[in-house]
Design a protein around this ligand. Structure first.
Ligand code: RIB
Ligand code: CA
Length: 327
């Protein structure tokens, strides 16, 4: 069982990754940090609260993350891809009320799960970089590994010709995280662009009410899929960028990596957010702990199969841990 602290900006693929994590028997979600990105931070928080309410998982702490990037730039949101409120056509009810914890809850979680905690960051890097700044290297070294969706190595970006959205959204923070974090697994567009789920697969997943998320999956996917059809003419489905790191965590034998030290361009010019690494065929000179693991292949069939199995989980997994032993 992996103890996972998720940093995210839901967002449709973020929301599907939260559902996937909550439904996956190999993952224990120990907290969710909500940050700006696809939507603003307050909306991201509302969406997380809604998903946790659907799952009856009010025990999972929501932690308030960043509202804007280090550079002082105004955050850019993506309603055309994720919807005005981040869940496509779904509007989370205003009645969802949840306590949102202060940022230092992150350090309590790190202490509680010392050396047995995985951070999965599928949003802008600002909150995770802030944790390094506030917590310092010693506290952050108690995190076992970092699974990060971001970057595009030697392939086109998605928000600029060179840069991917998460690393472009706060390039300073992304570069800081890659500089400081040890045991980093990066999932760039090189692989996540191929983590495509097709409408037929979603129809299978939403053909019955398998769990509390089932009714939500098709409407949010369809919205996202319409956006992707315009972004990538001829695409057969939509890439679930933010699900791939969780699949990789739970299926280490189905993913391959190339080991290189990665950096992110912090120049405030056309290269902003560009992810870089030296891919020349030489033995990396950096000490092993400085080298990042850049995903460059995954087993697509296994990914789709696992996604179907997880999202159609029928067992009352969402509740079983908290049902009273006395009834
Ligand atoms: O570039 C893909 C990333 O940007 C994903 O995390 C997606 O949610 C968007 O924010
Ligand atoms: Ca995201």
């Amino acid at each position: 069982m992996y103890n996972v602290l998720i940093f995210c900006d839901p967002g449709i693929d973020d929301s599907l990754s939260i559902m996937y994590a909550l439904l996956n028997p190999e993952i224990q979600v120990v907290g969710i940090v909500s940050s700006y990105g696809n939507v603003d931070q307050q909306q991201a928080t509302q969406n997380i609260a809604y998903l946790l309410q659907l799952a009856n998982r009010q025990d999972v702490p929501i932690i308030a993350g960043a509202r804007s990037p280090f550079s002082g730039e105004i955050a850019v949101y993506y309603p055309e891809i994720h919807g005005e409120e981040g869940l496509g056509p779904i509007q989370p009810p205003d009645t969802v009320q949840r306590e949102v914890l202060n940022f230092d809850e992150i350090f309590k979680i790190i202490k509680k799960y010392e050396n047995n905690l995985i951070v999965v960051d599928v949003g802008r890097s600002t909150s995770l970089a802030t944790a390094f700044i506030l917590g310092g290297d010693e506290q952050m070294s108690k995190i076992s590994a970092f699974y990060i969706m971001g970057g595009a190595f030697l392939v086109p970006g998605n928000v600029t010709p060179l840069a991917e959205a998460n690393f472009h959204g706060d390039a300073i923070a992304s570069n800081l995280v890659l500089n400081k974090a040890k045991n980093v697994y990066i999932f760039p567009l090189n692989v996540t662009n191929y983590a495509i789920i097709k409408p037929e697969t979603i129809n299978v997943i939403s053909s019955a009410t398998y769990n509390e998320f089932s009714p939500l999956i098709k409407p949010i996917f369809d919205f996202y899929n319409e956006a992707y059809k315009k972004l990538v003419p001829g695409i057969e489905g939509s890439p679930l960028h933010d699900v791939l790191p969780l699949f990789a965590l739970t299926h280490p034998d189905q993913v391959r990596y190339v080991n290189r030290k990665a950096t992110v361009s912090i120049n405030m010019d056309a290269t902003k957010g560009l992810s870089e690494a030296d891919f020349r065929p030489l033995v990396p000179q950096e000490p092993p702990e400085e080298v990042d693991h850049l995903a460059n292949w995954f087993n697509y069939q296994a990914f789709v199969q696992d996604f179907i199995e997880t999202m159609t989980t029928r067992v009352n997994r969402l509740h079983y841990k908290y049902s009273s032993p006395f009834v």
